[in-house]
Design a protein around this ligand. Structure first.
Ligand SMILES: O=P(O)(O)O[C@@H]1C[C@H](O)[C@@H](CO)O1
Ligand SMILES: O=c1cc[nH]c(=O)[nH]1
Length: 356
């Protein structure tokens, strides 16, 4: 098949690309998500196959209408852990005798938990896997009529010149060719979707890192690779046709271009949330310094502790947001929010930045 590049029409015009593409094209005035797909509303039902939900089989407004945050990360275990952690952090109480359930368990693909206004969902590894999940999560937010949802990726990565365990908030993303867009072959042509993250959200997250954190939190460009081994310049895959020196040159060149970390989902995550007009951020912890090696060799306990770090930062954001909105957190255990009178917390007073 002849593959050509479809330009222009597929990329929003520059005027649409300020901020997070929050134009009348991407949001309804009440903050609910607008789908840029005319076919969906003409369908009798929309089956969200990979998360085991459907617009007719489930009351999605009742189940998910209160969602404010969609947090995703690679593994089901991390996202189950995050669900329990955020439950404690926001003071959410489950009804007596109940436990958290994996809402998508019968998809046998992704795992999803809901804790009041927070969804915690696994996305698997790599671009196609997170791409499919993003289509279905964006449609879920649309069907649920959730207002102004914010998406987070809570991930792991390889660092470039950073101490292992450093938290990186992505302020830009590139693919393995240095492109700032998501290239998707559609109907035999490559469509380019700008991969953009909202800078304000990056600054708000960075401001939540404290001097007391026993690790660094930094911002920078994230490279999204198509593969863990050769795609990230490793020499320990099943195949390798380059030398250690070639690899070192490549990684050092990335550093000169401002790349701080390498993972495998940043580009579709930034592009599809941007396309949907959804605020989004990527927070990853480095498991190793790629300038010093390829093997992920940290012991399990160390790795588990590292993985909590992005969760801690995102939980601070969620707590602060709910505090600022006066919604922390007399949750009644049924997914609805009983609003408490707003309290101004020390953290809110200390920070000069406010949430919209
Ligand atoms: O969120 P995770 O830890 O899955 O992110 C990175 C990128 C790939 O999915 C995976 C490779 O080990 O880890
Ligand atoms: O080096 C690493 C570590 C975690 N995840 C990646 O994609 N790369």
């Amino acid at each position: 098949m002849n593959s050509s590049v479809r330009n222009g029409n597929s990329c929003p015009k520059e005027s649409e690309e300020n901020g997070n593409n929050e134009t009348s094209e991407t949001r309804y005035p009440d903050g609910t998500v607008k789908l840029r797909n005319p076919h969906i509303e003409l369908m009798d039902q929309d089956i969200l196959y990979h998360i085991a939900l459907g617009s007719e089989s489930h009351d999605l407004v009742e189940m998910f209408g209160d969602v404010k945050f969609v947090c995703m990360g690679g593994t089901p275990k991390r996202m189950e852990t995050f669900a329990h952690y955020i439950m404690k952090e926001i003071g959410y109480k489950l009804p007596t005798g109940t436990t958290l359930m994996d809402i998508s368990q019968y998809s046998y693909r992704y795992s999803m938990y809901k804790v009041g206004p927070v969804i915690s969902v696994s996305h698997g590894m790599g671009v196609p896997s997170i791409g499919i999940l993003l289509h279905e999560m964006i449609k879920l937010m649309y069907h649920a009529k959730a207002k102004d949802p914010i998406f987070f990726r809570i991930g792991t990565c390889g660092g470039l010149g950073l101490e292992p365990g450093t938290v990186v908030i992505s302020d830009d993303v590139v693919d393995g060719l240095g492109n700032h867009y998501y290239s998707v072959p559609i109907l035999g042509k490559v469509v380019k979707r700008p991969a953009k993250l909202e800078k304000k959200l990056v600054r708000e997250l960075k401001a939540l890192a404290t001097q007391d954190d026993p690790y660094d939190t930094t911002t920078g460009t994230t490279m999204c690779a198509e593969d863990f081994y050769e795609g990230q310049g490793r020499i320990d895959g099943a195949f390798c046709d380059y030398t250690e020196a070639d690899k070192q040159d490549y990684l050092e060149n990335l550093v000169r271009q401002g790349v701080k970390n390498i993972e495998m989902e940043a580009v579709p995550f930034a592009a599809l949330t941007h396309q949907a007009g959804i605020k989004a951020a990527i927070v990853c912890v480095t498991l190793l310094n790629r300038l010093k090696g390829d093997q992920v060799a940290a012991p399990k306990e160390v790795m588990n502790e590292y993985q909590q770090r992005p969760q801690i930062l995102v939980a601070r954001y969620i707590k602060k947001y709910l505090q600022t909105k006066g919604r922390l957190c007399s949750l009644d255990g049924h997914g609805s929010i009983a609003v408490k009178s707003p309290r101004r917390f020390k953290l809110v007073q200390q920070e000069s930045q406010t949430f919209e």
